[in-house]
Design a protein around this ligand. Structure first.
Ligand code: 26W
Length: 809
């Protein structure tokens, strides 16, 4: 984007005058942030309009990405970077007496997601825009995003996340994009004057969905602009005038409040489907509004819906938007006069589905009665999908037990993953291992009947946000060594491999890591007061807190080191700092206890300066996208230690890798592919493999036997009972060896402990040889190109969506 510093200045002055009636001298940082963001928004809008004209002209196929979560983080810095305007804004603000870095700090994270799934969706928007595939994302404009985490008395406290005051500037309200959604009531069938079956809704609640568009600029020449459309619920335009004029204001407002409830808050759980009615309403709301909007746009361009599969790919990111299948059927049949067979042909060739988890409790199932009550018409369509599926399977002589397993509705439950597989053109997992696992486990029966439906697309991250923007020192070194092609061709990072034995380059990589660590320590000191020792090794585990991710295994290892040092304070060790960042779902008590354990251990260490020098623990409060951007470039060890077979892919593993951190992990998710890329010498793998987990269970895995026979483990677990900082953790000790409600040590921490500890010791040796370690870092960076979301998006475009890039003019 060509704009001079003076032009930028003029635009900002204009916004300050128009929106706040002030001059820069009178402006606060907040007002400068808003004015600058509005200027950027105008530029994006102009770019989008030019690009959209090209898409419409070329009649390109488009992808519509439906996702209940988008973890966007901050937007100003990202947009300036992608538009190539950072320098101009920086200079201009300096002239006005402001620092651009401080202005960035005024923006709250848009935390409209829980974790990996939502961040992936945001990385995909960046790549879609950069590669200029015609794309639009759809999600919900939650008034409150993921809760803000405070640590009080070592425990997590959840506070509402009020992101809108600063996030709102990025959203363009689209009063022309308003659709009505029907919930509840009854769906009555009747014959119209022409003898056609019609459906009317009786006693249903009507809610309007109002669109807000956020534009996301791609990076570089030829890039496009993707739109993320956020739906907000509001009552229908007809106000309850009767109640109002009778003075019953409560009743008059009630409808408004009930409608708005739908988009009030994001459900804070990413590992457990609670089957709540409001969540089902949210999912339907997203799907129905998005499909109505897609259909309207399609009809404007093509006048008919017959070619929908050729011109639109609708993507369900996990099962949360699974209702897209019956809802598309409903719209095609009830509103556009298609027969069942025609509608099914269109819908099942248009929709695709990505699975992100095999954890049984995360797979969505709805109580059939509730589903029928909330969505009467969609329910009857879903029943018909189910009936026809069963008939097809019977025709194909599929075994009855297998059919029962694949049915959408069974035992009074509606199973969303089954609905997705039946109604999708393609189904994919998110890493090579995970895509194999879904074919062998949850979808094995489906894989027998629809073998061509399943495929893999390994996840990726946008290296523009996670390397270029967050690690400028490393980025400049890479540019100096191989030029800047890698900005848009991440695979060219492999050009760094030729420096693997170049001592000067290796030293500089080490030096940059040191500087990043120092900068991070200063940032932490300033923002929290915590004193990090930049001379120690930074070993980081950041992700949602969940048992299967095994933060507890990491803690057991740290407690082991801690006990060694309390017994022998003069022991020579590699000084290390373990950094954790994690939010636990509010109702997930065990996860919250682990957060408390980490914080208590950290507190206890702070009381002993001699130990702190050698072994430290820090918990990052309110871990989010912005915190990750600060921390990852400073990290040296990437902890990816889930029990094998449980982590679908992981994406922080990729962010660490591209920043030169070395993975300490299990053979799970994308760690497997990272290992294949870097080779055994450049990764530390430990623990049981997926098939061994199954075998260990069958052989009667018994953690208490391990506890009794392994003195080190016994010492660590016993110490949990005594606890830290005055708090006993005997509940966690008994979770490990007795099992509180069910099986003991369900994620096999004790089974993997020994190998984990031994592997960490091997890592110490490598770390203490600076050349060896820096070479490992370099190889990790050089081999990370394939984990760019540019590669993932090209895979989706080619193998699933069949999209073409918009041509440059
Ligand atoms: C209905 C409750 C619920 C909500 C969200 C269940 C499951 C989810 C998500 C699918 C959980 C999630 O974020 N999964 C993560 O997706 C990432 C992107 O593919 C993967 O890298 C992670 O391994 C996976 O845990």
């Amino acid at each position: 984007m060509n704009k001079t510093t003076n032009e930028v200045q003029e635009l900002i002055l204009d916004k300050l005058a128009r929106y706040f009636a002030i001059t820069p001298e009178q402006a606060t940082e907040e007002q400068i942030y808003k004015a600058a963001s509005l200027v950027v928004r105008d530029i994006l809008l102009q770019k989008k309009q030019e690009n959209n004209a090209r898409i419409a002209e070329g009649k390109y196929k488009r992808v519509y990405y439906l996702c209940m979560e988008f973890l966007i983080g901050r937007s100003l810095k990202n947009n300036l970077f992608n538009l190539g305007l950072t320098e101009q804004f920086d200079k201009c603000l300096k002239k006005m007496g402001f620092s651009l870095e401080d202005i960035f700090e005024r923006e709250s994270d848009a935390g409209l997601g829980n974790g990996g799934l939502g961040r992936l969706a945001s990385c995909f928007m960046d790549s879609l825009a950069t590669l200029n595939y015609p794309a639009m994302g759809f999600t919900i404009r939650y008034e409150y995003g993921l809760f803000k985490q405070r640590i009080v008395d070592n425990q997590q406290v959840e506070l509402p996340d009020m992101w809108l005051p600063s996030g709102e500037v990025w959203m363009m309200p689209r009063s022309d994009k308003r659709f009505t959604i029907n919930l509840g009531g009854r769906a009555e069938e009747y014959l119209d004057g022409n003898g056609r079956m019609r459906v009317r809704y009786v006693d249903s609640q009507q809610i309007d969905a109002l669109a807000y568009d956020v534009m996301i600029s791609g990076y570089g020449d030829g890039a496009g602009v993707s739109v993320l459309r956020l739906w907000s619920a509001t009552s229908t335009t007809q106000f309850d005038m009767r109640s109002f004029s009778q003075g019953d204001y409560e009743k008059a407002m009630q409808r408004e409040n009930e409608a708005e409830l739908i988009t009030k808050v994001l459900y804070p759980s990413d590992d457990h489907s609670q089957g709540k009615q409001l969540r089902l309403q949210q999912e339907y709301f997203l799907v129905s509004a998005s499909l109505q909007s897609i259909i309207k746009d399609h009809l404007r361009l093509y006048k008919s819906l017959k070619n929908l599969p050729e011109k639109a790919a609708i993507h369900a990111n996990d099962t949360h938007p699974a209702l897209a299948i019956p809802e598309l059927m409903r719209l095609l049949m009830d509103e556009h006069d298609f027969s069942w067979d025609e509608a099914w042909d269109i819908a099942s060739r248009t929709v695709n589905y990505t699975n992100h988890t095999v954890m049984a409790e995360a797979l969505e199932k709805w109580d059939e009665n509730m589903f029928r009550t909330v969505l009467p018409r969609v329910y009857s369509i879903t029943c018909e999908i189910n009936r026809r599926f069963i008939a097809e399977m019977n025709d194909r002589h599929v075994d009855g037990a297998k059919i029962a397993n694949m049915q959408v509705i069974n035992n009074n439950q509606v199973k969303m993953a089954n609905l997705c597989v039946i109604g999708s053109q393609k189904v994919n997992g998110v890493s090579a291992l995970h895509s194999d696992i879904i074919k062998d486990t949850i979808f094995s029966d489906f894989n027998e009947v629809y073998p061509d439906r399943f495929t893999n697309v390994t996840n990726g991250i946008t290296h523009r946000r996670w390397l270029l923007q967050s690690n400028p020192l490393l980025s400049s070194l890479i540019e100096e060594l191989i030029g800047s092609d890698f900005h848009t061709k991440p695979e060219t990072l492999s050009g760094l491999n030729k420096f693997a034995t170049d001592k000067t380059v290796l030293d500089r990589i080490g030096e940059i890591k040191k500087q990043n660590k120092k900068a991070y320590a200063e940032y932490v000191k300033k923002t929290t007061g915590f004193a990090l020792n930049p001379e120690s090794r930074f070993d980081t585990q950041i992700k949602r807190l969940h048992e299967y991710k095994r933060q507890l295994l990491n803690v057991l290892k740290i407690v082991h080191y801690y006990l060694d040092l309390t017994d022998n304070p003069d022991k020579k060790v590699t000084p290390q700092t373990f950094i954790f960042g994690a939010k636990a779902a509010g109702g997930y008590m065990h996860a919250k206890r682990i957060i408390q354990l980490i914080n208590c251990l950290s507190k206890e260490i702070q009381k002993n300066p001699k130990i702190k020098q050698k072994l430290d623990v820090m918990f990052v409060e309110n871990y989010n996208v912005t915190q990750a951007e600060h921390l990852i470039p400073a990290s040296e060890v990437s902890e990816q230690i889930s029990l094998a077979g449980k982590e679908a892919s992981g994406t922080s593993n990729m962010k660490f890798m591209i920043n030169g951190a070395v993975t300490l992990g299990t053979l799970d998710g994308a760690n497997v592919e990272i290992g294949e890329r870097v080779g055994d010498d450049n990764i530390f793998i430990f623990g049981v493999k997926t098939d061994e987990v199954e075998r260990a269970w069958r052989a009667g895995y018994n953690s208490s036997t391990i506890y009794t026979h392994n003195d080190e483990i016994k010492r660590v677990v016993d110490r949990l009972r005594i606890g830290f900082d005055g708090e006993s953790f005997s509940d966690i000790a008994s979770y490990l060896i007795q099992g509180n409600y069910n099986v003991a040590d369900p994620y096999m921490c004790l089974l993997d402990f020994d190998d984990y500890k031994r592997t960490a010791e091997r890592m110490d040796e490598a770390y203490n040889n600076a050349d060896r370690w820096n070479k490992m870092a370099l190889v990790n960076i050089a081999q990370s190109g394939i984990f760019s979301s540019d590669r993932s998006i090209n895979d989706y475009a080619k193998n699933i969506w069949r999209l073409k890039k918009v041509k440059k003019v």
